[in-house]
Design a protein around this ligand. Structure first.
Ligand code: ADP
Length: 492
């Protein structure tokens, strides 16, 4: 079953996972931000109220006078503002002497609890003011500042005054409640929007998956249409399409290869069969029988050549045919090959010339070099009509040897040039004389050149001739360790 055909579980979908990730992240972020703000608010309020209490403490000093009985308030009753201020300062107020005896305590302070003697003495023993939060029985909070007051007579008194902080607490509570109760709403709206956008963003991906899934071995010519957005997805589509194209080419090559091999095998087999049948049914003389057997043998040889060539080519392609590199002079080898072809060239009415230096030393596999040269020369002879010319030249420089095989033959059409190194490829022709070629010679040339780490170039003009230029490195250090398919890496 295909992946796209199967419904992906909801929570495994990319969209859902993206969304869930963002949702978790933003929930955490907003919660942390909310808590930070809450703490900051509490801090600001605390600082403000402490500042107010410090102000109260300073104002208090102006109202208190030391008397023989302790401390008393001195307020001008005629001045309404002073009375009001004194009244406010006295609201949550407590006074004790340096032995811990409570001298004064406002009703509000009594409600929150008069400070015990131990606390009074402790406060008097330190120089810094002491801050405490006290609660009345109804839960209202007060911030209390406790400290020492040194009277002009030198006696130390304990003074505590406080302020109601219920309003501040209510503000914090209200903020906290409002913030955290709107948080789910914000997250819900945010995640719905996120879900919508993610779905919209991933929809093209879904379409690509569907399109890709509909491509099978039988419709490899299909392509996924690019959206024209020039984004990552479009790049993925282009890459995917290229992959399909390569697959299609491989499929096509395989199909073509099977068809070619079957065809190549069928023709000689049919011929052998036909000749033998005819011989069996119609021959009257021994000579006729001999001729038939001779013809059948030729076809069988051709069949055997073909199978041998195929075997070697597939060995070469799979890297099983290792080169036996040896540093040697190529001139005598090339002469030998040339001499083998001289009779055929003369028979074909061709001018056959070679131009070799005295020595041309390079590190090559002798057998493969011979094969390379044979293939190029036999092609030049085969595809050049009588009266033409075939020239072979060998030169060497510091790094490479160059072999040029030039003919004045029929040439190769421009559109055929990229294919001549492919297996079984033959330039379509009406000329029956070259119908017997296997179309494998140049595939071997390409493989041999590549295996030696060299290059082969071909220039050709239909009707005027062709020139094959092979360059091989003089030393094997340039030879790649593994050799792939013969047609690759060849410049044509
Ligand atoms: P073949 O066995 O048919 O010669 P090759 O692989 O050697 O196979 O060559 C492939 C095709 O390239 C040939 O069929 C021929 O059409 C063309 N070709 C090769 N060499 C030449 C040449 N020197 N002149 C013209 N055509 C050539």
């Amino acid at each position: 079953m295909s992946t796209a055909g199967r419904r992906t579980r909801f929570w495994r979908r990319l969209g859902f996972r993206l969304m869930a990730g963002y949702l978790a992240f933003f929930t955490l972020l907003l919660a942390v931000v909310g808590l930070l703000f809450r703490n900051r608010l509490i801090g600001i309020q605390d600082a403000q109220i402490r500042e107010l209490l410090e102000g109260d403490r300073a104002a208090l000093a102006g109202f208190l006078r030391e008397t023989p009985d302790g401390i008393s308030w001195e307020v001008d009753a005629e001045d309404p503002q002073e009375s009001f201020v004194a009244e406010r300062l006295r609201r949550v107020f407590m006074l004790a002497d340096d032995e811990g005896r409570v001298l004064q305590a406002s009703p509000a302070y009594r409600v929150i609890g008069v400070e015990p003697r131990s606390e009074i003495l402790r406060v008097l023993s330190v120089s810094e003011p002491v801050w405490r939060t006290r609660k009345d029985p109804w839960g209202t909070s007060y911030l209390v500042r406790m400290g020492a007051l040194t009277a002009p007579g030198g006696r130390r008194y304990f003074i505590a005054q406080g302020r109601n902080v219920a309003l501040n607490e209510a503000t914090v509570q209200q903020f906290t409640w409002q913030y955290f109760s709107t948080l789910p709403v914000i997250l819900l709206v945010g995640s719905s929007l996120g879900w919508f956008l993610t779905k919209r963003g991933l929809r093209p991906l879904e379409q690509v998956v569907q399109a890709a899934d509909s491509i099978t071995g039988s419709n490899l010519n299909l392509r996924i249409p690019a959206r024209g957005a020039d984004d990552e997805l479009d790049r993925l589509i282009v890459t995917f399409n290229r992959m399909i194209e390569r697959l299609e080419n491989s499929f096509e090559q395989m199909r073509q290869f099977t068809a070619d091999v079957s065809h190549e095998l069928r023709t000689p087999i049919t011929a052998v069969r036909g000749q033998l049948e005819v011989a069996l049914m119609t021959t009257q003389s021994e000579q006729q029988l001999r001729d038939a057997i001779q013809a059948a043998l030729e076809e069988a040889e051709r069949l055997s050549d073909f199978v041998k060539a195929m075997l070697q080519l597939s060995q070469a392609e799979s890297g099983q045919l290792a080169l036996k590199l040896q540093t040697q002079d190529l001139c005598p080898i090339a002469w030998e090959v040339l001499e083998q072809y001289r009779p055929a060239a003369e028979e074909a009415g061709l001018q056959f010339e070679a131009e070799f230096p005295d020595r041309c030393v390079a590190e090559v596999d002798r057998i493969q070099f011979e094969r390379l040269l044979s293939n190029l020369i036999s092609n030049a002879i085969n595809y050049t009509p009588a009266g033409g010319e075939v020239r072979c030249r060998l030169t060497r420089n510091a790094k490479s040897v160059e072999l040029r095989v030039k003919d004045t033959g029929r040439g190769i059409p421009r559109e055929a040039l990229p294919h001549i190194f492919e297996r079984f490829y033959r330039v379509p022709t009406t000329n029956t004389s070259d119908a017997r070629g296997l179309g494998l010679g140049l595939s071997f040339v390409a493989w041999i050149v590549k295996a030696h780490g060299g290059t082969v170039d071909v220039t050709s003009e239909p009707g005027r001739g062709s020139l094959f230029v092979v360059r091989l490195p003089t030393s094997s250090s340039a030879v790649p360790p593994k050799v792939a398919a013969p047609a690759e890496g060849v410049k044509a």
